[in-house]
Design a protein around this ligand. Sequence first.
Ligand code: NAG
Ligand code: NAG
Ligand code: NAG
Ligand code: NAG
Length: 487
Amino acid sequence: MKTMATAVARHRVSAFLSIFTVILTALYIVAIFPRKPHYSSHLPTSRPLGQGSRPTTSRAVVGNSEVPLLQTPSPVLPSPPVATRPIQFDAPAVPAELSGDYGLSDEQCDLYFPDLYQEIDRAASYARDHGNISTDDLDISWKKDGLVRAMIHDRKLYILNATYSGAGYNIRRSLAILGSINRAMVAYQGPIPDTEFTFSVNDIADPDHVGKPVWTFSRLAENEQQWLMPDFGYWSWELELVGEYEDVRSRIAAIEEPFLEKTAKALWRGAKNNDLRTDLLRVAEESGSQWGDIQEIKWASRTRISSHTKGNAIPIPEHCKYQYLIQTEGASYSGRGKYLQNCNSVVIIHKRRWIENYHHLLIADGPHQNFVEVERNFSDLPQTMHDLVVDPANAEKIANNSVKMFRDRYLTPAAQACYWRRLLSAWSEVSPKPELYDAGDVADQSKSLVDVDGGRKLRGIPYETYVLTAFDQSLNCGWFRRMFRRC
Ligand SMILES: *[C@@H]1O[C@H](CO)[C@@H](O)[C@H](O)[C@H]1NC(C)=O
Ligand SMILES: *[C@@H]1O[C@H](CO)[C@@H](O)[C@H](O)[C@H]1NC(C)=O
Ligand SMILES: *[C@@H]1O[C@H](CO)[C@@H](O)[C@H](O)[C@H]1NC(C)=O
Ligand SMILES: *[C@@H]1O[C@H](CO)[C@@H](O)[C@H](O)[C@H]1NC(C)=O
């Protein structure tokens, strides 16, 4: 009798435990369900080879931001950015020994890269027409993730504030941008203005349409107040398939073949994470075996490709073995484009919505054509490929124009450094001059960033120190918040 009672009691306890476990599990699932997996909310959505975010939700939250592109497809495309001044096609070639020089003089920057600065001039003129940049504009409380406030004072870079979440993905991008700015500054002999600025490292700088004049990798035509900067990939993309920018360029140079000897097909690898990529895969499936090598990549984590599509992955330099390379927008722009344009190949791009700092130099027709444009749904891609493949001399000419414009001129490391310095000087002319020391309340020593000279404290952390400490922030994510994907 007693044994039976014990058995019943045990049974009850175990039933209770099972129910309790089920409830706990359900609660946990409910708690994390609306969030994306931790890694995937920090994926480089503009990653060159495939996009990490899985199309798991219809909310289309990709990378760090909501993607208006996927939610409200605009029926009318804004006109793509075009050069507002005649492009100087006869500018002198950049001598090979200068193409990796981060410290060209202003005269050299103007001589070799005369058409590089259109986006800077446009944003500066927009700022002047709208009362210039105010101190309030430099506040970064308008977005909770992916903003950095920094300044240059007396040729030194300081980080004033930054908002990061997650396990360091935005910190990496920020360090790449800060490194690029610092490199362009220290390599240069001339004067650098004191200036204070903010930049965003998300694919979409302003998902809530706050309208701040922030520096960003990419913008829509309507984001006129935004200032475009070169993206983190010109520093390095810490993926095995990509890597440091100059290394990518030299690995490409080592295997580059004459155009006509390359595979006469169109190559694309990537994740199916937006409508236009789905369209590309569908068009390729229907007719692509003749003209294309178009394959999906699935990412298992931020840096790891799922095992069943691993065989499809191709390192960036190997892309150059194809005559035709397809470039697709991702969560917003796609950082892959500049790598493809480092190949002596024809880059095929659908009609674009997202603008990068050099996009006004893309020419879709005429004697200087340097890429091939197709519809956003790729409906004309099979016919376009047919036309290209039957006329290889024309295709080779487009590739030659691309190499001349992009690989050997505007996408050189030297050009990007010139762009950074021009951005700093144009911005400094329309924005407030920064103070080096904090003029505010110094009584609260616990808030002090750095103490110097008997109480005066620097407003920011010197770049040299910051690179050593930036990742400490991500260590503040405790197991509880991590479990509930709060950071
Ligand atoms: C904006 O900056 C420009 C260049 O420094 C200056 O000439 C202009 O007066 C400024 N405009 C306003 C409204 O402050
Ligand atoms: C940094 O930014 C955060 C979030 O916008 C803000 O709450 C904080 O006061 C800022 N810190 C400093 C030192 O400016
Ligand atoms: C593809 O886009 C073009 C241009 O917007 C349109 O005319 C065409 O109907 C579309 N095709 C499909 C299959 O959706
Ligand atoms: C493209 O450039 C290569 C190398 O400079 C040259 O040999 C070839 O003739 C050019 N082709 C065309 C069609 O201009």
